[in-house]
Structures are given as C-alpha cells and as structure tokens.
Design a protein around this ligand. Sequence first.
Ligand SMILES: [Zn+2]
Ligand SMILES: [Zn+2]
Length: 151
Amino acid sequence: MSGWTIYCQTCRPTGIQCGDCAERQQARRRPRAYWKARGRVLKAAREAGASCALAYDDVCTGTPTEADHIIPVSEGGSHDEANLQATCQACNAHKNLLSRRTSHPRQATRPQPRHPGLRDTPDTDTVLRSHGIDPEALSAKERAAALAALG
Ligand SMILES: [Zn+2]
Ligand SMILES: [Zn+2]
C-alpha cells in the first residue's frame, strides 16, 4: 500500500489530492487499535439505543454508523475510545466539511450565535483615551502592554 495514492476523477488530473481523497487515504492508514475502538464505540451505542452524538439539524439521519474523532486526528486527537463518539454517516461527513471550512468562516453553514446584550468592542484608541492615555504617543508594543494592563 505504500507509495499508492488515492485520487478521484476531480483531483487525478491535477496530481494533487483533494480533501476527500486525502481523508480517505488517512482513514485507510488508521491503526488496528482505531478499528477495534470504533467497533466497541458503535456496539455500545447500538446496545444503549443511542442516537447520533453530533445530531446536526439539517443532515442527521439519527442512526450511528460512524465513529467520529471528538478531537480530530489532525489536531492531535487519539484513536482511543475516549476520543470517539458514535455518529451517523451524514453528520460525520458534515463535521469534516465544517472543520475544513474553519479557515473560511464566512462559508460556514451555521451562523454564529448572536448575543444581543453584547455591544461592539470599542476600538483600542477609544479605550486608551478614556483612561487618559494618548494612543498616538505609544509604540505598538506599548499600546499592547497598556491595553493588557487595562484588561
Ligand atoms: Zn479527489
Ligand atoms: Zn447525525
């Protein structure tokens, strides 16, 4: 299997794996410990009659068939049972999609929750002036230090 790269029709011509293919490849490389833990997590969920742990509103099919890494492997999450949760295939795929989009927050399908009581953060110059400090007289470093001191 070494030296063998997974491509789909879309990414084969480019010679660069797309996200889906990279993920599929990564999944195949998972150690036996993962597959064992996955089996236990899914069995436990089935026996408990648990439904999907992620339960994304629009996509969830309810029946857990996948073991999702709570902390993604790419972020140092382990293949231990403690880091796996039973989810449906649709939510698992949806979560992967969302995590891939985190570098482009505007594309996220879920709007950020609003906090009506929260006002816009005043800009730092205003904050400093309100404490009798002239922001113009400070270097960037001094400004940061002054703001940190003010909390
Ligand atoms: Zn591909
Ligand atoms: Zn689900």
